[in-house]
Ligand binder design. Structure first.
Ligand code: SF4
Length: 319
């Protein structure tokens, strides 16, 4: 029987050592699940750990602590060789289509590579029956197959990246800011393409973005990360209708506050100051150095994620 959740991430932590003694707290104690065929959007400023989280989930980085369960199998500590069968289920679309495609390979070879690696086909020539329809599916043509990535625009390259990620029909696609490097005019096309694929094939997405507007139309649930931690997580509609965490509200700018306790407080249209260094994150609530509602307790006691009703999770002493 297949699992209801394609991905379960429990207390995931990823620290990087820098120099002799310093530790970057890239991801700290992050938990979430993604049901089959659904999309979780994760947002936050650059440096909040969202990309490190995605890369740890796909095991580009080894986790420091926590668990990654893919389709019911704990893949947290599998060695790279042991991971191979699970890689087929989980693919990644990268932010920068200029850097992520091999400049020396033709588009056909780029898209065919996963088919050969997973022995779906034995020879390159046999891959054409999969590659050509996929090229058409992402809005390119058979004629593009013999060209090199540098001959394409940014939007076309990202289509090639999507074709490569989706050629194996993975059940989980990790999209690491897949539209951030693209012209605004192209962003909607790429989002629509990803949505169409999901409707056709039923894959799930972990969709990383730096602002909430980018994930609005793709996400079933949205998580907000700040300085390595998840600070709010709930259904997508709910987060736009009733954001609770002061950081989320700051990200959303002028969205009115639903909570009457806070309604009188002056809303900030943007968050002041820079994100502190993840090498020495602030004690207590990591957002207290920038939070307009911080109280003395916030600098001392770290708030835990809690369900404030209907599965709306938030980590803040105001609730
Ligand atoms: Fe602000 Fe305190 Fe809530 Fe942190 S816990 S977000 S500092 S009110």
């Amino acid at each position: 029987m297949s699992n209801q959740n394609i991905l379960e991430v429990k207390n995931l932590t990823k620290h990087f050592k820098v120099g002799h003694r310093q530790i970057v707290h890239a991801v700290d104690d992050v938990s979430f699940t993604i049901p089959r065929g659904k999309t979780l959007g994760i947002v936050g400023e650059s440096g909040c750990g969202k990309s490190s989280c995605a890369r740890t989930v796909i095991r580009m980085y080894d986790p420091t602590k926590g668990q990654i369960i893919l389709d019911g199998v704990d893949i947290t500590n599998l060695k790279q060789k042991e991971l191979k069968p699970y890689r087929k289920k989980m693919q990644m679309i990268f932010q920068d289509p200029y850097a992520s495609l091999n400049a020396r390979m033709t588009v056909r070879d780029i898209i065919a590579e996963p088919l050969l690696a997973h022995k779906i086909v034995k020879k390159k020539e046999d891959a054409n029956e999969f590659v050509y329809p996929m090229l058409e599916r992402v809005g390119l043509t058979k004629e593009h197959a013999n060209r090199y990535a540098h001959e394409f625009s940014g939007g076309q390259r990202q289509r090639v990246g999507i074709a490569r990620a989706l050629i194996l029909h993975p059940e989980l696609i990790i999209c690491d800011e897949p539209i951030s490097a693209l012209d605004v005019s192209i962003q909607a096309q790429v989002i629509n393409l990803l949505k169409e694929f999901q409707e056709e094939k039923g894959g799930a997405y972990l969709f990383i973005a730096h602002d909430l507007s980018m994930v609005r139309y793709v996400s079933d649930e949205v998580g907000v990360m700040y300085l390595g931690q998840m600070v709010e997580l709930c259904e997508a509609d709910e987060i736009y209708r009733s954001p609770l965490h002061p950081y989320t509200r700051g990200l959303l700018g002028s969205i009115p506050i639903a909570n009457p306790k806070l309604a009188k407080a002056k809303e900030k249209s943007s968050i002041k100051g820079d994100i502190p260094s993840p090498i020495n994150p602030p004690d207590g609530c990591r957002f207290h150095t920038r939070c307009p509602y911080a109280k003395p307790e916030c600098a001392k006691v770290a708030p835990q994620m809690k369900d404030v009703g209907g599965g709306h999770m938030v980590a803040c002493h105001l609730y």
